[in-house]
Write a protein that binds this ligand. Structure first.
Ligand SMILES: Nc1ncnc2c1ncn2[C@@H]1O[C@H](COP(=O)(O)OP(=O)(O)O)[C@@H](O)[C@H]1O
Ligand SMILES: [Mg+2]
Length: 277
């Protein structure tokens, strides 16, 4: 592969492996030989959903892209962002976790403005932008901005987490089961919110989930990982989310894709390594 082709990829994995505690008796290989390319499309980021059995290395892969230790650095292969090896975290990559990651002692406004504060943006400017983002994620500026995280529902807290990340306009958004703790109704609302925001920010998104419906609805491509040590078994192209979640998820073609992926995952969970498309 030439360096020319890699520079046109937003993210590229070349035969990436990760062994924790390498060289020690408790060494453990979490992922092995993972390769993929996410091309840099003009004015559009791809949405990559990631599915796989528990413990197969989904979070490991996300955190290697983020450059977060101890997942970073990889043990074998290369993790490239914009054609360059990842050296650590950077402003081009933002992460949203399942656990609510807001600061308890900061108001919603100051939580959303936090990253800008770290970048030295003036108070007036960062509060103005934070208000904009609070409303973009569907919260009420007048009634919610002054609240503290303990006064918010789970869905509202994830809205804050999304606003906190997107206000920084990262090129790549890494989401690790962000809606895993939400009830089904709130979850669907959050999916639609995410689709709207994603169209606006045009970022490349990596989205780990246990929900097959969610992965098929949100994704342009669905990555399916094998059982531990995880490797990339399938990349399935799916229809983009160009209509509301409730509507699209009722359609027959959608259901068929879900069933096909469920069969693959069930085969993996039950221990057969023969699963192939
Ligand atoms: N810091 C670590 N040290 C040792 N083993 C780890 C560490 N982090 C994760 N693992 C192991 O690596 C495997 C993959 O973990 P993870 O990426 O969190 O999986 P997933 O997100 O798919 O559930 C698991 O078996 C986990 O126990
Ligand atoms: Mg995980």
């Amino acid at each position: 592969m030439t360096s020319d082709s890699s520079s046109s990829n937003v993210v590229e994995f070349r035969n990436v492996g990760k062994t924790y505690n390498s060289g020690r008796p408790d060494a453990f290989t979490a992922v092995t030989d993972v390769s993929f390319e996410i091309p840099d499309l003009p004015d559009k980021g791809e949405f990559i959903s990631i599915l796989g059995p528990s413990g197969c290395g989904k979070s490991t892969i996300l955190r290697m892209i983020a450059g977060l230790e101890p997942q970073h650095p990889c043990t074998t292969g290369e993790v490239l962002v914009e054609g360059k090896p990842v050296f650590g975290p950077g402003p081009d990559r933002g992460m949203v976790f399942q656990d609510y990651t807001s600061f308890d002692n900061r108001s919603v406004l100051d939580n959303v403005a936090f990253g800008l504060e770290c970048r030295g943006v003036s108070k007036i400017e960062r509060h103005a932008l934070a208000r904009e983002w609070i409303s973009k994620v569907g919260l009420d500026v007048d009634s919610d901005a002054a609240k503290y995280p303990h006064e918010l529902s789970g869905g509202m807290r994830q809205r804050v987490a999304i606003a906190r990340t997107l206000i920084l306009r990262p090129r790549i958004i890494l989401m690790d089961e962000p809606f895993g703790a939400l009830d089904p109704h709130t979850r669907m609302q959050m999916q639609d919110l995410l689709v709207g925001l994603w169209n606006e920010v045009q970022a490349t998104v990596f989205f780990v989930t246990h929900s097959i419906e969610e992965s098929v609805y949100l994704g342009d491509r669905v990555f399916i990982l094998s059982r531990s040590p995880g490797t990339l078994l399938h990349q399935i192209e799916v229809e983009p989310p160009n209509r509301p979640a409730l509507e699209m998820q009722r359609e027959e073609q959608f259901q068929q894709t879900v069933f096909r992926i469920r069969d693959i995952l069930e085969e993996l969970e039950s221990g057969s390594h023969a699963a192939s498309v």
